[in-house]
Write a protein that binds this ligand. Structure first.
Ligand SMILES: [Ca+2]
Ligand SMILES: [Ca+2]
Ligand SMILES: [Ca+2]
Ligand SMILES: [Ca+2]
Length: 373
């Protein structure tokens, strides 16, 4: 999919590069406020924001839909948040998890009071008895074709460095009550793998146009694993042939419509480096077709989308604004922008600007920090 959560790691090399994105306090983007500042705070802004937020409400039960990224099947697109603020006293702690904020009627396209926190302890599958520490959303689509979108996450399973690493990708299945339960590991048959690299950069799409969503995942040596859907609840694709050459090392979903040339087959983009949503960039279009993806379709250009910064109380540091999603949340078929403005790792505001009637929804990911852990 096209969001910030696509450009996470997937290979060992990328894991190092994206340190600042993934690991608490490991990059230059970490909160530069001194520990003393955090210790002095009696009631942190995160805590106050959480208290100010409406109390959590149950996820409305849907009946299944064909709307993209609709995990509870109620017809409204939901939002995935990989980056959640931490309490100041927990800045060096574990990954805060993945936040899901559920969509709502067009007058208020996201409802932060309807939310779920996904954590490795609650939601990840174990590898050799070990729960992953990393747990990052990478893509979402209805992989088992039941009308509820499913989430593909990447993890950090144990690996001794010899031979083919384990598949780090796991799938969480949507249901009427949203994303609950344990993930299953994605199964990639050995014949669809290549070399000894970590499979990564999953992209959803119906690449062969048969009506079920497939996954493309990077393999080693400039190849991709094309996994045909639908997938079983045990994480296995319906079919997978040998890895296809001539791609990567990064795969990205095209902006907005997955079928770039409108021929009924979803397409994907092969790139030389991770693509941050909303930034300009170039890659090579890989066209879908009856035999799946891979046919070169020329240069693909990602267009820049500049989100409006959300308001944060004044502070020492200049806030950063990142585009999270550029997609239709209010159902008018025009893309809306969802951005995260943050200062360090402890203060943020998520802002959805709806294309219809200039509707805006704002909240802090601090809503996840005090009420659901
Ligand atoms: Ca929904
Ligand atoms: Ca599903
Ligand atoms: Ca398909
Ligand atoms: Ca196409």
């Amino acid at each position: 999919m096209r969001a910030g959560w696509v450009m996470r790691r997937g290979t060992a090399v990328a894991a190092v590069v994206s340190c600042a994105l993934l690991l608490p306090g490991c990059g230059a983007s970490a909160d530069s406020g001194s520990p003393a500042t955090g210790a002095k705070a009696v009631s942190s802004p995160a805590t106050m924001a959480a208290k100010a937020a409406a109390p959590p409400r149950p996820v409305p039960h849907g009946k299944g839909s064909r709307v993209a990224e609709d995990f509870n099947g109620d017809g409204y697109r939901d939002l995935v948040l990989n980056d959640l603020v931490k309490d100041p006293e927990d800045r060096l702690g574990d990954d805060a998890g993945i936040g899901i904020v559920y969509g709502s009627e067009p007058s208020r396209p996201l409802d932060p009071s309807v939310r779920q926190l996904l954590t490795p302890a609650r939601n990840a599958a174990r590898t050799e008895g070990v729960l992953p520490a990393a747990f990052d959303a990478e893509a979402a689509c209805d992989l088992d074709q039941d009308g509820y979108a499913d989430l593909v996450v990447t993890t950090d399973p144990p690996f001794d460095g010899t031979g083919m690493p384990p598949v780090p990708l796991q799938m969480l299945f949507g249901a009427a009550n949203g994303l609950t339960g344990k993930a299953v590991k994605l199964r990639i048959p050995d014949r669809a793998r290549f070399g000894n690299e970590w499979p990564g950069h999953p992209v959803c799409g119906d690449f062969d146009g048969d009506g079920s969503k497939d996954l493309a995942v990077t393999a080693g040596g400039g190849r991709l694993s094309y996994l045909r859907g639908p997938f079983t609840r045990a994480g296995a694709p319906r079919a997978a042939a040998e890895a296809l050459a001539g791609v990567g090392p990064v795969l990205v979903s095209p902006d907005l419509a997955p079928d770039v040339n409108g021929d009924g087959y979803d397409d994907l983009v092969s790139a030389t480096r991770p693509h941050a949503p909303g930034t300009a960039g170039r890659g090579t279009l890989l066209l879908g077709g009856p035999a799946g993806p891979g046919r070169p379709g020329g240069t693909y250009t990602f267009k820049a989308v500049k989100p409006r910064p959300g308001g944060l109380p004044a502070g020492e540091e200049t806030p950063t604004t990142d585009l999270l999603r550029y997609a239709d949340f209010d159902g008018d078929k025009k893309p809306d922008t969802v951005a995260r403005t943050h200062r360090g790792e402890t203060k943020d505001v998520i802002t959805l600007h709806s294309s219809a009637a200039e509707k805006t929804v704002t909240f802090s990911t601090a809503v996840f920090s005090t009420q659901q852990r």
